[in-house]
Design a protein around this ligand. Structure first.
Ligand code: SAM
Length: 253
C-alpha cells in the first residue's frame, strides 16, 4: 500500500513573517525572502509555503502570483497554534562574533524562551548587534520549526541583572571551579529546583572573584558544575540548556 505523501510536503519552504497572519490574507513578499522563494526555491503558482508570525501560529499558504522581484502568498489554513515555550532563560557573556552567533542559533534550536547577553568584567566583547542576533534566531526558528521566537534582551551588566532578578526564577550559576569542591552537578540541582529558571554562563576568561561572590550571594543563585572539564563558553551554554530541557523542559514527553 503506497503511503499518502505528507501535506504540506516537508520540503515546503518555511518563513517567519513579521506581521500578524490570518487565514485568507494575501501577502506580497519582496527582498531576500522573495529572492529565496522565486530564484532559489523556484516556486511556481500553487506551490505551498509555511509561514509563522510568532503571534498566532503557523499557516499553510500558496503562491498566487509571481513577479521577478516579488511573490504573493495567500494563507489557506492554520497548521499549528504558537507553541508554549519552556520557561528557561539563557544568560551568557558575549564572546567572539561567530561563536556568539553559533551560541544564539543553538539556544533557539534547543528551545530557550529568553536570551540575555550579560556584560561581565572579563568579557572580551562589550557590544552585541541585536538585529544580527535576531536574524540568527529567526533563521534557526525557520529551520527547527519553532513557531515562537526567543525573546532577545538588551545587553545587560551583571550587577544590573542581579539587581533586577525576578522573584521565583532560579539562577543556575555555571561555575567551572565547583567540580574541584565536589559541588552539585547541574542534573542533581534540577531534582531540587523545578519551575522558572535561567542559567548564567561566563566569558572565556571566567567570572572575577568579586563577580563570583556577588552571584553566589544572590538569593536565587544555585551554583552548579557541568563536569570536571573546562568547557568553552558556548559548549557550557549548550550543555546546560540541553540538560535543563531534558530534565524539566519540553523534551520530557
Ligand atoms: N577562564 C576560566 C578558567 O580558566 O577557569 C574558564 C571560563 S569557561 C571557558 C567559560 C564559562 O563556561 C565559565 O565562566 C562557566 O560559566 C562555564 N563553564 C565552563 N566549564 C564549566 C564547568 N565544567 N562547570 C560549570 N561551568 C562551566
Amino acid at each position: 500500500m503506497t503511503a499518502t505523501p505528507a501535506w504540506p510536503p516537508r520540503s515546503a519552504p518555511r518563513l517567519f513573517v513579521d506581521q500578524p497572519l490570518a487565514i485568507g490574507a494575501s501577502l506580497r513578499i519582496e527582498g531576500n525572502q522573495a529572492h529565496y522563494l522565486v530564484n532559489v526555491m523556484r516556486l511556481a503558482e500553487g506551490a505551498p509555503v509555511k509561514l509563522f508570525d510568532d503571534i498566532s501560529g503557523e499557516y499553510l499558504a500558496r503562491v498566487t502570483a509571481r513577479g521577478k522581484r516579488d511573490i504573493t502568498l495567500t494563507l489557506e489554513s492554520l497548521l499549528r497554534t504558537r507553541e508554549a515555550v519552556p520557561d528557561f532563560w539563557l544568560c551568557a557573556a558575549p564572546i567572539k562574533k561567530a561563536r556568539f552567533d553559533f551560541l544564539a542559533e543553538k539556544a533557539c534550536e534547543l528551545g530557550v524562551a529568553r536570551f540575555v547577553p550579560v556584560l561581565t568584567d572579563r568579557a572580551v566583547v562589550d557590544k552585541v548587534k541585536d538585529d544580527r542576533l535576531r536574524g540568527t534566531m529567526i533563521e534557526a526558528a525557520e529551520q527547527c520549526e519553532r513557531t515562537a521566537l526567543p525573546v532577545i534582551a538588551p545587553l545587560t551588566r551583571l550587577d544590573a541583572l542581579l539587581k533586577s532578578w525576578p522573584e521565583g526564577r532560579h539562577l543556575f550559576f555555571a561555575d567551572e571551579r565547583l567540580h574541584e569542591d565536589r559541588g552539585v552537578s547541574f542534573s542533581q540541582a534540577l531534582t531540587r529546583h523545578s519551575g522558572p529558571a535561567a542559567v548564567l554562563i561566563g566569558p572565556e576568561g571566567g567570572f572575577t572573584d568579586a563577580e563570583n561572590a556577588a552571584i553566589r550571594s544572590h538569593p536565587a543563585a544555585v551554583p552548579v558544575s557541568l563536569g570536571p572539564r573546562i568547557l568553552r563558553a558556548e559548549t557550557a551554554a549548550i550543555a546546560a540548556t540541553a540538560v535543563w530541557m531534558a530534565s524539566l523542559g519540553d523534551w520530557v514527553a
